[in-house]
Design a protein around this ligand. Structure first.
Ligand code: PAF
Length: 280
């Protein structure tokens, strides 16, 4: 049977309601499309953990700032649907912007603190856009579980916070980052890299892995991050927004590796702004 595509919240509720009536557990995989193996690993995890998997395809205008790449963001719905179907997903929810944000739409979900730092500082409004659309998708579908990649680690923590704060009864599962053989984390925006930039891009993973290794061995955190920033600039990145070591739950800065921590980085390479993180 071929995969179903639904485009309205009303149709989504009818379809998922049928599954709920037949006691199927539902897994939700929210995406902005341009699917790669990182997304498909979330589908695989959902298929293993739940009875029915719904993948959402929606390039959310609310999380793009002025001057960002909303218009250029890669879109290929037919290819995405084919990939979701080949992986075994049961349903694609591909709403229009008008259905998600009808005339008069005004509500925003903000997660101050976690959502203001790092990506929130460099991309003002980004996490309000993410939190708002994810809250909507979770309430629309009310799955048992929703799956997000550790690649967007700060996003994952913001989403964990919002479901607790808003009493949304959905388990949030973070899934491991999928990397190319040379270490580059899979991301839809990798498509912006030229061949030369693609060769340079793994320097980001090397730099943060080096920080994790050095501070585990007792190196000074600030010095390790400064060394990584220098290495990225030397590798051809044009700007480094941050290389930082943060508490794995609160994202507050840490000065040693005595508690679970995460090295997070964001840097510009050509037209692509790459982010990555590793556990310490
Ligand atoms: O990670 C993404 O692709 C997006 O931020 C998400 C969670 C689908 C919300 O638009």
């Amino acid at each position: 049977m071929s995969i179903e595509i639904v485009r309205t919240v009303a149709d989504l509720r009818v379809r998922l309601g049928d599954w709920k009536c037949s006691a199927r557990t539902i897994g939700l995989v929210p995406t902005m499309g341009s699917l790669h193996d990182g997304h498909l690993s979330l589908v695989r995890r959902s298929l293993a953990a739940t009875g029915r998997t719904c993948l959402t395809l929606f390039v959310n205008p609310g999380q793009f700032g002025a001057g960002e790449d909303l218009a250029a963001y890669p879109r290929d719905e037919a290819a995405d649907v084919a990939l979701a179907e080949a992986e075994g997903a049961h349903l694609v929810f591909a709403p229009t912007a008008d259905d998600m944000y009808p005339e008069g739409f005004a509500t925003q979900v903000a997660v101050p603190g976690l959502g203001d730092m790092l990506e929130g500082e460099h991309r003002p409004g980004f996490f309000i856009g993410v939190a708002t659309v994810v809250a909507k998708l979770l309430v629309q579908a009310l799955p048992e579980c929703a799956f997000f990649g550790d690649k967007d680690y700060q996003q994952l923590l913001v989403i964990r916070r919002l479901v607790i704060d808003l009493d949304i009864p959905v388990a949030i599962e973070g899934c491991p980052i999928v990397r190319e053989p040379d270490g580059l984390a899979l991301a839809s925006r990798n498509a912006y890299l030229t061949a030369d930039e693609r060769r340079r891009a793994p320097a980001l993973y090397q730099a943060i892995s080096g920080v994790a290794k050095d501070i585990t061995g007792g190196a000074d955190v600030a010095r390790a991050c400064a060394g990584a920033t220098k290495a990225l600039l030397e590798a051809g990145f044009s700007a480094v927004d941050y290389v930082t070591v943060r508490d794995a739950e609160t994202l507050k800065p840490v000065s040693d590796a005595s508690r679970p921590a995460r090295v997070l980085a964001a840097a510009q390479l050509g037209k692509a702004r790459l982010i990555d993180n590793v556990a310490v």
